[in-house]
Design a protein around this ligand. Sequence first.
Ligand code: BMA
Length: 324
Amino acid sequence: MQRHPINPILTRVHIPPIPPELVDVTSVFNPGAIKDGSTYRLMLRVQSRSRETFLVMAESADGVIFKAENRIVYFKGIEKIEEKIFHIYDARITRLDERFYIMFAMDMQNDCQLGLGVTDDFKSFEFLGITSDEDIRNGVLFPEKINGKYYRMDRPNKARHSDGPTSGSTIWLSESGNLLDWKPTAPLIHGRFHYWDEFIGSGPPPVKTRKGWLHIYHGVASHFGSSNIYQAGVILLDLNDPSKVLGRCRYNILEPREIWELTGQVPNVTFPSGMIVEEYDNEGFAIESSEVKVYYGAADTSVGLAITTIAELLSAALEGPIPD
Ligand code: BMA
């Protein structure tokens, strides 16, 4: 992956004041991404100095220079939830059945859940419901039904980083008939202890290629003294049976190296959450030579953009695993 030369593409100075919630903000990171016609859209996680988190849309004509809106995304109907919601964050956007679905983490009174929203125009947003009943994060929808069922990847929070947030070391495939009620289908990949991806979670939603579902995930190495290192990697899943893992990278494909990735609110973090493929063939498969834009949170402080191709991601996924 090649970092775009103007990185970081979004920082706190790009967020217009949205009083009273967002004024002189602290950070902007972990964006969901989608290309809607010729417009690139990011759903940003913006944090205020009270460390409240809000979602704000940004748009761009070239996928590089973004203008953030001066309003907070409001999911109509979310106010009906009785349990206290502290934050909604880390949105992943999937175009599915001709609509835009947004899956996001919800920090609630008791634990973290996965919420689902939908929009047709990125102006009004509807809250569809909470889609989980256990502590869980990093939910990403597949962009189409497979054999009549909806699928997503998600990551139950079964572990806790030392002095840090809840985490987990297994990404699951889950299935649903209605997008709201989900049941686990199969564990997909586990963390590889002692290596780069000990704790793991899905990144952006998977992309359909002729060779399989291509998926970028994040991995956390936690065995380096006081610092967790958040990196990105890639897997390939079978097109007709996404519970079959066809490939997994040995090396990470993105790691904190630049000063704005190494230092910030949470040091040593590259957290991919949005991915835009420029070219699909007429049957909806991503073309191997297509450019891919990967948007990621850097140090929980700013937004980075890395450029690659489908072919490079496939070759990373198929390079062979870390030997036993
Ligand atoms: C994860 C999530 C992300 C965050 C990352 C690094 O557990 O909370 O939202 O970017 O940690 O702090």
